[in-house]
Design a protein around this ligand. Structure first.
Ligand SMILES: NC(=O)c1ccc[n+]([C@@H]2O[C@H](COP(=O)([O-])OP(=O)(O)OC[C@H]3O[C@@H](n4cnc5c(N)ncnc54)[C@H](O)[C@@H]3O)[C@@H](O)[C@H]2O)c1
Ligand SMILES: [Zn+2]
Length: 364
């Protein structure tokens, strides 16, 4: 593994500017990065048994002072109860308002630990060290933290920016293959919705990327962080521009809910969601069929998605009616208009949606 200087991306959110450091081997220097970000001497690291089992020793070597708080991850543990366990451990460890919390795990640990940091004693300093591809390109950037309630995903949360994000693609070597691929769908999302050169880079380097070669991963992860950072800086609280990041997520969320969060990983559902959005855009004449084929080809190259042809299109439509992306009764839909360009529309009819779902293979 090389130990070059990490790439540094500045995220200029109005509430707090902070750097994202992306580099192979940056885990070995995480202690320095956290100290330089001003986290102070009282640090706690929230991680999961899986992540800590693989990488805890490396983390501990680089930052021996951070006291570990190990909580189970996985979507079903992203609950107020999970956060409560973190509060208890902070209290027991003597954390006061000068303490800092470092999340070291996937998006579940980041969202849950981030919410604990946002709320413990009305907010303590926070840093993210994401360990899944999805968390490195998405969840760790932008300050959304929170947990699920029995009534739905991410229903309780806050906007709370970290002081620094440290990304080492080396930790992805232990990620299950399917989890890794799921993150690549989100990478493709950024490319299609906002950045044609990123899309081309991913298509060109899919081989080294899927082999998880850090040399290929570093620039791609950094490009995603730059895209998300720029969008979030312009719209920290998702009033407008940030919505473009929901590309593929309207249909995606419905399919996730429609399969009770058991069949599809989040990224896989976004894969389907992007295909549906492309079908819809192309049926309207907003997306050239050659672009649609290129995007569908890139998604297909990542391998087969779990089947959804047993699901009913009408039932999925029902899930979309309850989506958070419904504003004043209108469903906001991100449609690609080319590779690297998209628009938000509010006039998608149910008939169009049904047709796009049928296009994915769903039944009546
Ligand atoms: N805050 C945001 O803006 C934002 C954005 C996107 C997603 N999210 C949230 O992120 C969550 C999904 O995150 P995720 O996909 O990272 O899932 P996850 O955190 O559940 O991690 C997936 C699995 O990978 C394991 N794992 C993590 N790192 C590993 C490593 N390096 N090696 C081996 N195994 C490892 C975990 O133990 C877990 O079993 C969802 O709850 C979603 O709502 C948040
Ligand atoms: Zn997503």
């Amino acid at each position: 593994m090389t130990h070059d200087q990490p790439l540094r991306i500045e995220i200029a959110t109005p509430s707090r500017p902070y750097p994202v450091l992306v580099g192979a081997g940056s885990l070995t220097r995480v202690g320095t990065a956290l100290d330089e970000a001003g986290l102070g001497p009282s640090q706690f690291v929230v991680s999961s048994p899986t992540v800590w089992g693989f990488w805890g020793e490396s983390f501990h070597e680089a930052q021996p002072e951070a006291a570990p708080i190990i909580v189970p991850d996985g979507e079903r543990h992203k609950t107020p109860g999970g956060v409560s366990r973190i509060y208890d451990a902070l209290l027991k460890g003597g954390a006061d308002r000068s303490a800092a919390l470092v999340t070291f795990g996937g998006g579940v640990i980041g969202d849950m630990g981030g919410f604990a940091a946002a709320t413990y004693m009305r907010g303590i300093r926070l840093a993210h060290v994401p360990t899944t591809l999805l968390a490195q390109v998405d969840a760790a950037i932008g300050g959304k933290v929170g947990v699920n309630l029995p009534g739905g995903k991410n229903l309780v949360g806050a906007f709370y920016q970290p002081s620094v994000v440290v990304i080492d693609p080396g930790v992805l070597s232990t990620l299950p293959r399917r989890e890794f691929r799921a993150g690549l769908y989100e990478v493709i999302k950024y490319g299609v919705a906002c950045d044609a050169s990123l899309f081309e880079q991913v298509s060109r380097e899919l081989g080294p990327l899927t082999r998880r070669d850090p040399a290929a991963l570093v620039p791609v992860i950094a490009a995603c962080c730059r895209v998300k950072g720029a969008i979030v800086a312009g719209d920290e609280r998702e009033a407008g521009g940030r919505r473009v990041l929901n590309f593929g997520h309207t249909v995606g969320h419905a399919l996730e809910a429609g399969t009770k969060y058991r069949r599809l990983l989040h990224g896989e559902s976004v894969g389907y969601g992007m295909l549906a959005a492309c079908a819809l855009a192309s049926a309207r004449g907003a997306l050239a069929s050659s672009d649609r084929d290129t995007i569908a080809g890139a998604i297909a190259q990542l391998g087969p998605l779990p089947p959804v042809n047993d699901l009913s299109a009408a039932a999925q439509l029902e899930f979309m009616r309850h989506d958070k992306k419904v504003h004043e009764g209108r469903l906001h839909f991100v449609l690609p208009t080319g590779i690297g360009a998209s628009q938000i529309v509010t006039d998608v009819s149910e008939a169009e949606l049904l047709r796009a779902l049928r296009d994915l293979g769903l039944r009546e």
